[in-house]
Design a protein around this ligand. Structure first.
Ligand SMILES: Cc1cc2nc3c(=O)[nH]c(=O)nc-3n(C[C@H](O)[C@H](O)[C@H](O)COP(=O)(O)O)c2cc1C
Length: 240
């Protein structure tokens, strides 16, 4: 297309902010915590779920799901959890992690969704939610909290940092010391295994208190490579 100094009205119109999607602005400082939560937790979806097992200092086992969760590096291998404040007493997971510095993250497949949901019950600290949900645990290698036997993936973690990001609200950063994968979700050679994500069949948290997603609607999008992209957009440059 020939370059012209005359304004290209179609393009100018497209680049005008007004030509984008109409937006509604929210000033978070002027909103209540629950209103902010509703917007944020319904917009940042889907979220993976960490099924976190901790122990009290005297060894009582606790399990609860946390979807403010992700991995944040591999060297060192780190993950983080967001634990919200509770108006009365801190969540058991927060108390136990701060008291012991250890936790295990289990991932949640579709067939464990109901058991996971039982463990989010607001039971008192002396209740073993793992037992309540009828789950079997397996001892960990390096930390006291056990992992959930039926979960396809378990990460034994030691706390690296606990940041208080708001009154009683914690961001827990943990180093993954050991990982356990169910044999049936691994494929390929033992020395260079790959994960069969369809066999994992993990669920993720969506909006609202009870919406979930099953990780089955996948599509492929190869990453762009600069050499090929440049050649497509400036053929003359490629000839040189
Ligand atoms: C799927 C799911 C995800 C959750 N994610 C979080 C989260 O990221 N942060 C949080 O503070 N609570 C989260 N909750 C709520 C806690 O699981 C709930 O408050 C639980 O009672 C805490 O248990 P605890 O006191 O044994 O730690 C989630 C609940 C469900 C069902």
């Amino acid at each position: 297309m020939a370059r012209t100094d005359a304004p290209n009205t179609a393009r100018d119109a497209l680049s005008e902010p007004a030509a984008g999607r109409a937006t509604v602005h929210f000033d978070f400082a002027a909103m209540s915590g629950p209103e902010r939560y509703r917007l944020l937790a319904s917009a940042v979806v889907p979220r993976p779920i960490a099924w976190v097992v901790t122990c009290t200092p005297d060894g009582t086992v606790n399990a609860a799901p946390y979807s403010f969760f992700n991995i944040f590096g591999a060297d060192r291998p780190v993950l983080a959890l967001g634990i919200l404040a509770r108006p009365d007493i801190p969540k058991d997971t927060a108390t136990n992690i701060q008291a012991t510095g250890e936790f295990v993250v289990n991932l949640v497949p579709f067939d464990l969704a109901e058991a996971m949901n039982i463990t989010c019950i607001d039971a008192p600290p002396d209740v073993d939610e793992v037992e309540l949900a009828g789950l079997v645990t397996v001892p960990s290698h390096a930390v006291r909290p056990p992992r959930i036997a039926a979960s396809p993936v378990g990460f034994e973690c030691r706390v690296m940092h606990v940041l208080e990001t708001g009154p009683g609200q914690l961001l827990v950063v943990g180093e993954i010391l050991h990982a356990h994968f169910a044999q049936d979700v691994l494929t390929g050679p033992a020395e260079h295994p790959r994960i069969d994500v369809r066999a994992l069949d993990l669920i993720a948290r969506m909006h609202g208190p009870s919406a979930y997603l099953r990780s089955r609607d996948m599509f492929d999008l190869p990453r762009p490579i600069w050499g090929e992209t440049r050649a497509r957009h400036s053929p003359t440059e490629q000839k040189e």
